[in-house]
Design a protein around this ligand. Structure first.
Ligand SMILES: Cc1ncc(C[n+]2csc(CCOP(=O)(O)OP(=O)(O)O)c2C)c(N)n1
Length: 328
């Protein structure tokens, strides 16, 4: 994969396209493995929302930290995660990032600044606030990002944390992936302010941007603008990315709350297709074809690696529950 270099913006854009495709194929593979009962439980896929993951998490510095939500596979992979270790985690195998004990909803990779997915709607927001306060106290120029959906904006956590972040002026970017629904509940019926940004703008003088969340370059641009302000000590910022989940909320969702026509309108705006068309217009079609093949290979290798790893045993399940006692 070409490295992202400011001297070669086209290659960097191709690299972002590849990361989005990797996330899409990863999620499709998870859906298939669930259907084949090779994975257990359920999971929440981010098909259609890849441009937000890559535009935000893929634009963060390695030392920056992100706290994710229940729809977090794309966030982790965009932050530099390895699909093989994430898939092993989902499958409950010891080769997983948390030795298979975290699964989809509680996977964390602090080494790359992925500070955890979270099964509680809005549950990651206070964790991100705490990390941002720690960053401020440490006086480093780390930025923390909190990823959540429109549904999370109706929680107490959201409002308490926006208030405190504005008061304490911590280096935190609130990123709302507004995919128009919280499970089956339309965002317009759940947010009395009409939009999350109207609320956000009322907390201190927080800079707020709304961006087309299906345009990876636009998301990246908006994120970088806000990150610069935040890193320079300007206090928190708020980014709303308008997007759409092209799949069901979770495994058992028959999507009765929305029409197929609406879905088709959003399929036309598929972020991977859009970005691919723009890159082909720039004469980069050949590179994209090569990337497609390498993504298929990477995913096949991830499945082989994950499934070859053994599941944890009872000793593993009982271990790591308590911090080691400190000797005085
Ligand atoms: C406190 C809490 N209430 C309810 C749920 C059940 N639940 C799981 S996902 C979800 C919807 C979240 O919607 P949103 O924040 O918009 O994210 P999206 O699923 O659209 O990505 C709900 C209500 C939960 N996990 N936690």
């Amino acid at each position: 994969m070409p490295s992202e270099s400011p001297e070669n913006p086209s290659l960097a854009a191709v690299s972002r396209w590849r990361r989005m495709l990797l996330i899409r194929r990863f999620e499709e593979t998870v859906a298939r493995l669930l259907a084949e009962r090779r994975l257990g439980g359920t999971t929440h896929l981010c098909i259609g929302q890849e441009a937000v993951a890559v535009g935000v998490c893929g634009s963060m510095e390695r030392r920056d930290q992100v706290v994710s939500n229940h729809r977090g596979h794309g966030h982790l992979l965009a932050k530099g995660g390895d699909p093989a270790r994430l898939l092993a985690e989902l499958a409950g195998r010891v080769a997983g990032y948390c030795r298979g004990k975290g699964g989809s909803q509680h996977v964390a990779v602090p080494d790359i600044g992925f500070m955890g997915s979270n099964g509680i709607t809005g549950g990651g927001i206070p964790i991100a606030l705490g990390l941002a306060l720690a960053a401020k106290r440490a006086k480093d120029d780390r930025v923390v990002v909190s990823m959540f959906g429109d549904g999370a904006c109706a929680t107490g956590n959201f409002h308490e944390c926006l208030n405190m972040a504005a008061l304490w002026r911590v280096p935190l970017i609130f990123c709302c992936e507004n995919n128009l629904y919280a499970m089956s509940h339309p965002a317009e019926a759940g947010l009395s302010a009409g939009s999350p940004t109207r609320w956000a703008a009322s907390y201190g003088d927080m800079p707020v941007e709304t961006v087309d969340g299906n345009d990876v370059e636009a998301v990246r641009g908006a994120y970088l603008r806000l990150a610069e302000k935040v890193r320079q000590g300007g206090g928190p910022a708020f980014l709303e990315a308008l997007t759409y989940r092209l799949c069901g909320h979770s495994r058992s969702d028959a999507r009765l709350y929305r029409t197929r026509e609406e879905e088709n309108t959003w399929k036309e705006r598929d972020p991977i297709r859009r970005s691919g068309e723009a890159l082909r217009d720039q004469g980069l079609g050949e590179q994209l074809e090569a990337m497609k093949e390498s993504v298929e290979e990477e995913i096949a290798a991830a499945v082989a690696h994950a499934m070859a790893s053994p599941p944890g045993d009872e000793a593993l399940a009982r271990g790591g529950l308590f911090a080691p006692e400190e000797t005085p």
